[in-house]
Design a binder for this molecule. Structure first.
Ligand code: AMP
Ligand code: FES
Ligand code: ZN
Length: 313
């Protein structure tokens, strides 16, 4: 197999592009895809400050690596979810990455903001851990960005993540979720910042290869609560389709974005209010984050978390 660009021996084959690349040309291809995503969806201008949400995993650290090399003005944001050793290790990966490259990192701790870490939130709400966790992540990313004056938050969602989310929404015909599925969400209120996903054109396998070639030290373990999640089952189904027909995931997601998404955009605009407590955006009176914090305070008083997320005896 020869590199499509230079004709030297290829080290990675990309079947959906019907191409193979040597390591340097693959890195080049990867960065070009990120630049193309940013340009096509006007994610941010060269001089804008970008808050990069980093989990310590390969995708978000690969994204941060590319943006630093592109000369973007970036700051990392790590949200400490308090999920046992998983959070301790992933935080350390982000801190080491930031220190090695001399870039700033903001750390925000869910236990301090909500009143309890994710494992306790899970017990208090009796909902799957990902629901309180996802809600807290989205809220804190936006609030931290506003507080520090960042107009945009970038996340490491890749093609596999996006295709799996779309698959889940379509399986349940969640027509509310479909218009919100986009590589770039505009700020529709002065208290909402833009949210962008510059890796949406790149598969999980490609970000893993990029992280490996760039020697990025990332956390390999998944969140312990991810086991059995439907999103993982959906990824497996899509991977089987991809195996049988390279490009299936790409066609599914890109076809939706180009042809179907506009049909689901709601005609009537929802009214956005400011939360009576915290001032962040909500469609009701009190935002979902403040309601969650209330619930944790009411029911979780006896469950005092320690700093690593384990409950104190
Ligand atoms: P996930 O929902 O875990 O697949 O993560 C999707 C993206 O959300 C990651 O690529 C990150 O950009 C961001 N993210 C996830 N977890 C965290 C975290 N603990 N702190 C900051 N950003 C995160
Ligand atoms: Fe949120 Fe696992 S990362 S529950
Ligand atoms: Zn609120």
């Amino acid at each position: 197999m020869k590199c499509r660009k230079c004709g030297e021996r290829a080290s990675i084959e990309l079947r959906r592009h019907n191409a193979a690349f040597c390591a340097p040309d693959f890195l080049d291809f990867f960065r070009r895809q990120v630049r193309e995503a940013i340009r096509k969806h006007r994610m941010f201008e060269a001089d804008e400050a970008v808050l990069v949400a980093v989990s310590g995993g390969k995708d978000s650290l690969a994204l941060w690596d590319v943006l630093i090399d592109e000369g973007s003005r970036t700051t990392g944001l790590y949200l400490d979810l308090g999920i046992f050793d998983y959070s301790v290790e992933s935080k350390a990966k982000c801190e080491r990455f930031a220190a090695a490259r001399g870039v700033p990192l903001i750390v925000s701790t869910v236990a301090e903001e909500v009143g309890a870490p994710v494992p306790v939130i899970k017990e208090v709400t009796r909902r799957p851990p990902c629901s309180g966790c996802g809600l807290s992540k989205r809220y804190l990313m936006n609030r931290v960005a506003l507080e520090h004056g960042f107009p945009v938050v970038a996340t490491g969602h890749n093609l596999d993540d996006e295709a799996a989310t779309l698959f889940g929404s379509v399986m349940h015909w969640q027509t509310d979720a479909l218009p919100r599925q986009s590589p770039a969400l505009a700020a529709t209120h002065p208290k909402l910042v833009r949210r962008v996903k510059p890796l949406y054109r790149l598969s999980e396998r490609e970000t893993a290869a990029f992280a490996f070639l760039r020697k990025i030290d990332y956390i390999v373990e998944e969140c312990p609560f991810a086991k059995g999640a439907t999103s993982i089952a959906h990824k497996e189904i899509l991977n089987r389709m991809e195996e049988a027909s390279p490009g299936a995931k790409h066609n599914f997601l890109f076809g939706f974005l180009d042809k179907a998404r506009p049909a689901f955009e709601r005609a009537e605009a929802v009214t956005l209010n400011e939360c009576a407590r915290c001032g962040q955006v909500t469609t009701g009176t009190l935002c979902a984050f403040c309601k969650l914090a209330d619930q944790v305070k009411r029911l979780g008083g006896g469950l005092r978390p320690s700093s690593d997320g384990r409950r104190a005896p």
